[in-house]
Design a binder for this molecule. Sequence first.
Ligand code: HEM
Length: 218
Amino acid sequence: MDTPFSTLIRTASHEAHTEAETSTFMSDLLGGRLGVDAYTRYTEQLWFVYRAMEDAAQRLRNDPVAGPFIQPELMRVAELERDLTHLHGGDDGWRERVRPLPATAAYAARVEECARTWPGGYVAHHYTRYLGDLSGGQIIRDKAEKTWGFARRGDGVRFYVFEQIRNPAAFKRGYRELLDAVAVDDLEKMRIVDECKRAFALNTSVFHALGEEFPLSA
Ligand code: HEM
């Protein structure tokens, strides 16, 4: 295969990316049309997804396919927990109260399944989330700070702040090199691309569910 894998996966998921990016919920969130309760509910969903991603990370560290992608500077659960305590008014009892939407539970279950049985699939989910957070995530952070008055790069938006990644552009270049060097054959690369599309679709389903929970009273 002549095309570098990083290009292949980006091109193949381009359409799914546009769909996720332009979902009603994301548009309303970025348009500053939703309250902080919607942002909180969204952040809660991310907590379930990243717990599935990162609970598996330690176990996959030495895996020849997924291992190179596991990097401590990417880990987000601690940041999400800090944001959520802030979003719940400083009360950390939210852990017992929050529930995943069915779409979120399905997403987290798929991540867990890949982590347990298919490292290539885990790479697809890893790419979809972390490279996205390093890219469009920065647009969401900026908007959230302005809309709901969080301190710049502070509590409420720490999920979007990668303290240990000084140069995100360079990090993303390095990440793409890891993708290009992934230790699988061409057929498996195609399967990973398919799983990436599925990962985007799982994100879009969560957005649809959130959109139903937080409709704009037009
Ligand atoms: C409104 C929300 C979003 C905005 C504004 C946005 C914006 C962007 C932008 C500007 C880039 C390009 C960055 C670059 O070339 O370095 C990007 C890349 C990316 N985004 Fe998003 N995005 C959004 C939502 C999402 C979602 C929901 C996902 C998946 C869960 C996602 C996953 C990705 C990925 C994986 C990349 C990296 C593509 C690559 O270079 O291989 N994005 N996004």
